[in-house]
Design a protein around this ligand. Structure first.
Ligand SMILES: Nc1ncnc2c1ncn2[C@@H]1O[C@H](COP(=O)(O)OP(=O)(O)OP(=O)(O)O)[C@@H](O)[C@H]1O
Ligand SMILES: CC(=O)C(=O)O
Length: 335
């Protein structure tokens, strides 16, 4: 493992504090990346996580009194103002989707298109809506102070759509600068990828949100474009999400997942990131080892055979396989 990523949207502050301390005690040289919750809209922590069938009515609300049993609150209190009948709403990286039928005060009535369970703190995406949210929220400020207090190395910033957002985050950091990982996860991020790459310290291709916000069918091509743009600027990139998704439940990956990792390495990714596999999966250790094994094997083959679509391939390990890496494969992290 060459970097540990913690997601500030899950678990408690105390859990994060203790986990950061544990990482620093155990692996003092391992960089820590903390994702700041940012502008991503999510369900809140629910006492009741509703299960439903296709065709059932589900109500999202900005009335925080609810607990999920009748209505499901979301963490953006103006959400209802941007909703209208006919909009598509996606939840949980697009695994669940709904059609808005009616807005009633703070409640958004939606018809489920597929069955499932709407769980706590799952992302809510409405690609057709343009939410007016400040670049930096109150919870971002608190989380940034927490990141600085706990001396993490990088913060991950969601839904970056331009250099202005990165500048606002740098300003917020003041005298305690941390590395900034810009998460490219919507059309705005794609449109402005060159300036985002230039302004940040590293870019993350967040395939979960990016797929829902744009097109799941084209996300692999978007990944290639971002990787090519980053190589032009010699900037490091993290490819994230579903690399070994079946290993959440099974001890072995599919050939398609191995192919996905191979493509990312061939296209010059600097880091490969697991998320659900290690956050909630049954095989976190196996998934981590397997990712490293595949990355190393692919990098070694590329090197031996001089067969690669990029100029300077380097060996690969988890989170780490850089075209711009040194001859031993050690990616030098920006100070
Ligand atoms: N502590 C946790 N408790 C429950 N589920 C979690 C926890 N941490 C992560 N998950 C789940 O694991 C999966 C992958 O986690 P990931 O960190 O990618 O979160 P996410 O909610 O998709 O947010 P992001 O878009 O910022 O990555 C998601 O389905 C997430 O809900
Ligand atoms: C990792 C992440 O934030 C995503 O895939 O959306």
């Amino acid at each position: 493992m060459t970097m540990a990523r913690l997601n500030g949207s899950h678990n408690t502050r105390e859990w994060h504090r203790q986990t950061i301390r544990l990482i620093k005690e155990t692996l003092p040289d391992l960089p820590v990346l903390l994702d700041i919750p940012g502008r991503k809209i999510r369900t809140v922590l629910l006492a009741h996580e509703p299960a439903f069938e296709a065709g059932d009515l589900i109500i999202l609300t900005t009335d925080s009194q609810h607990d999920g049993s009748i209505k499901v609150p979301v963490n953006f209190d103006r959400f209802h103002e941007f909703m209208m009948p006919g909009l598509d709403v996606y939840a949980d990286d697009g695994h669940l989707f709904f059609l808005v039928e009616e807005i009633n005060g703070r409640d958004v009535h939606m018809r489920a298109k597929v069955g499932g369970v709407l769980r706590s703190r799952k992302g809510i995406n409405v690609p057709q809506a343009r939410f007016e949210r400040p670049l930096v929220t109150r919870s971002d400020r608190e989380m940034m102070a927490f990141a600085q207090e706990n001396a993490v190395d990088y913060v991950g910033i969601s839904f970056v759509e331009g250099a202005e957002h990165i500048a606002a985050i740098r300003h917020l950091m003041g005298r305690v600068p941390l590395g900034i990982v810009a998460k490219v996860e919507n059309q705005g991020g794609l449109d402005n990828m060159a300036e985002i790459i230039g302004a940040s310290d590293m870019v993350m291709i967040d395939r979960g949100d990016l797929a829902v916000e744009t097109s799941p069918d084209l996300v692999c091509l978007f990944q290639k474009r971002i990787l090519a743009a980053a190589q032009k600027q010699k900037a490091p990139v993290i490819v994230a999400t579903e690399l070994l998704n079946t290993m959440i439940e099974h001890p072995y990956p599919t050939k398609a997942e191995i192919g996905d990792i191979t493509t990312a390495v061939l296209d010059g990714t600097s880091f490969l990131m697991l998320s659900g596999e290690t956050a909630i999966g049954c095989y976190p250790v196996e998934a981590t080892a397997r990712l490293q094994q595949i990355g190393r094997a692919v990098s070694a083959y590329i090197k031996q055979n001089g067969w690669c679509s990029i100029a300077h391939p380097g060996p690969c390990s988890i989170y780490h396989c850089g075209p711009q890496s040194d001859p031993d494969g050690g990616w030098s992290l920006p100070p």
